[in-house]
Design a protein around this ligand. Sequence first.
Ligand code: GLA
Length: 372
Amino acid sequence: FKQKTAYEISACLVGSEMCIRDRFNIDAEVKESAHARVNLIGEHTDYTGGYVMPTLLSFKNTIEISQNNSNEFTVYSQHFKEKKTFNDFKKSINNEWVDYIKGCLHIFFDENKISSRFLSIFISSDIPLERGISSSSALCVATLKALNTFFETKIKDPEIAKLAKKVEFNYIGVSGGIMDQMVSSIGIHGKAFFMNCKNLEYELINFPENWKFCLIDSEVQRNLRDSSYNERFAELQEAEKKLGVEYLGEVKKENFQTNKFDNNTIAKRAKHVVFENDRVINAKKNLIENNIQEFGKLMNESHVSYSKDFEASTLDVDLIVQRSVECGALGARLTGGGFGGFTVSLIERNNFSNWYSKILNFYPAEKIFEVN
Ligand code: GLA
């Protein structure tokens, strides 16, 4: 099985329009892509100055750009099968997909002091939406990379990531860290991206031959995601205030005491983050030393913490995680911002066909995707 099955058929490649020429009858002057990611371990640790370890998926967004001779921007999304035109960068009232493009254009022109030129933009994507694999960051990174190439602005990849974050944070208005934008802009397919989110130093680490990661789609769309995510974001800020630290990432597991909090919920949220940082550092060590069992154990502990202390899982997701481990995965957990989406499992390659045949008793092949 491949990474793209169900979505190729259902969402993305329906119809014949495959590129900008098919839609606008012009050739692409520039074409850039950016990939979605799965976070292997380290959840809600990025905006709290801690550690993360995502890796890129082969799902991606592709942006094609050409100058047009009209007096408006024209953007077509193959996924939504919709064309939008505009000549200012005002955000829509009903949160439309095109806001991400408007936001990128606005921030890009503004930051680079470039006078805007009207463009035709064609977006194609095979990234499943609302599944915790950062489709929106990949869209922003791909768009900004395409603008960077088109206008020859020579912005470096980490700066592209920061601009993408600005689009999501300042223009769209969602809380979040910098993990998704950084890995989408800089990551390399087939390598783990370990990052210290405080200083943005990162390492790209190879996976040992015998390790295999797989996604299982819970199909729980993360409708409540934004409000619940923002709630957790605020709770962690409260925890930082309570402990008198700039970032929870500074707090060592050994020094963490729940009795410093008068609110049990805040204590549990903070505990997840403090212990999760410790797990990410251990996970990196175990990845480098090829200790697959230990890495799997850390993933399992991470899920329990995410589900019980951070309360960001759902019953359906917990069941997938449990079944995956029962079928032979060494570790499994919910990935991404929480409240639904994809789970990620670690399986020893020698045991893969055994795990796969067992997990098929519970979930169809269309819901299972290989990462590496
Ligand atoms: C979302 C955010 C990230 C990160 C994760 C949780 O994907 O965009 O910045 O906070 O959730 O780890």
